[in-house]
Write a protein that binds this ligand. Structure first.
Ligand code: UDP
Ligand code: MG
Length: 328
């Protein structure tokens, strides 16, 4: 099988001298069991000596391809660049700092070959700080699992295995590489997970801090919105708008009652203000829903992507397996 390892790398000059020999070992192992492996190392605009180290490394290693981005675009973009360039049938992203173990690749591959399209690594015994890394991660993973309906233990683990076709249908934005298995599942992919090894970072520093928590929460909300309303945004905006207009009518009705019953004049309560505010919010929300519908339809028409995914076709008593592209 032809396999591609995709490794995003940002300022990892301290880790690369250990990573490259580790890859040598794993590739030799994979070669022995008959696989052809390429490694795409995406240098995400490193400002340390990574670029030089990587250029030198390509001289001795024919399987190594280095893609250097023009500036730091972030881990997700770096991974997307690697996915776009990868030629393997199965693609394995992993971290450059050896926190993921390249020796786990055969494990993921074996699981994939049991009939899955995506195998997610699960850092069951995660070697990071408990309070600032593991705890937020446990909470985030529970939430993501609940809200996405795709039940995995560890979305944040970079080490995963994807069949090539799966990634062709997934477009990555922002910091959403964690959600690829979810998008894939929405496209009908069979997704599973296996526990993988995890090592403490031995060199260099982590590129993330607690600052990523709000980003993950917002990404999660967006994922949830896209999942429920991706092809019918007017239902979300519209329901909110109608609820707001209903509140406005209630406020109006109550204000009118108080007035007619000679209990309070309009200017004596905040009700008229509430009535106008809720009414405006409601109208604007419905109008935004229309805009969202136009944007969504433009997107689907322009990309020529249907709003469904075909898994296979039957003809003349035969199954004709096909991977059609399409989006929810
Ligand atoms: N990374 C990247 N671009 C960035 C930040 C990180 O390519 O802007 C890479 C980094 O070099 C590493 C991987 O993404 O290979 C994961 O980053 P890190 O180890 O800092 O995250 P942690 O393991 O601490 O969650
Ligand atoms: Mg790391």
């Amino acid at each position: 099988m032809r396999l591609s390892l995709v490794i995003p790398c940002y300022n990892e000059e301290a880790s690369l001298p250990a990573l490259l020999p580790a890859l040598d070992g794993s590739l030799a192992e994979l070669g022995r069991i008959g696989h052809v492996v390429e490694v795409l190392l995406v240098d995400d605009g490193s400002r340390d000596g990574s670029a030089k180290l990587l250029r030198e490394a390509t001289a001795e290693r024919p399987w190594l391809r280095v893609i250097r981005l023009s500036r730091n675009f972030g881990q997700t973009a770096a991974m997307a660049a690697g996915f776009a360039a990868a030629t393997g049938e199965v693609i394995f992203p992993l971290d450059a700092d050896l926190q993921n173990d390249p020796a786990d690749v055969p494990l993921l591959l074996a699981k994939l070959n049991e009939g899955y399209d995506v195998v997610s690594g699960w850092r069951k015994d995660r070697q990071d700080k408990a309070l600032t890394r593991k705890l937020p991660s446990v909470i985030a993973n529970r939430l993501i699992s609940q809200m996405s309906g795709v039940h995995l233990h560890d979305y944040g683990c970079t080490l995963k295995a994807y069949r090539r076709e799966i990634l062709q249908d997934v477009h990555l934005y922002g910091e959403m590489h964690r959600f690829i298995p979810i998008y894939a599942a929405w496209h009908g992919a069979r997704v599973t997970e296996v526990p993988v090894r995890h090592h403490p970072r031995r060199a260099g520093v982590t590129k993330y801090g607690l600052g990523r928590i709000p980003n993950v929460i917002l990404d999660l909300l967006l994922v949830r919105f896209l999942w429920s309303y991706g092809t019918k945004p007017i239902h979300a905006f519209g329901k909110f708008g109608l609820a707001s207009i209903s509140l406005s009518l209630l406020a109006f009705g109550y204000a009118a009652y108080l007035k007619l019953a000679h209990r309070a004049d309009f200017i004596q309560t905040p009700l008229p203000t509430l009535c106008v505010t809720f009414f405006l919010i409601g109208c604007l929300s419905i109008l935004m829903g229309f805009l969202a519908e136009i944007a969504m339809r433009t997107y689907h028409e322009a990309a020529g992507s249907p709003t469904y995914v075909v898994r296979e076709e039957y003809m003349g008593g035969e199954t004709q397996p096909r991977i059609a592209s399409g989006r929810r």
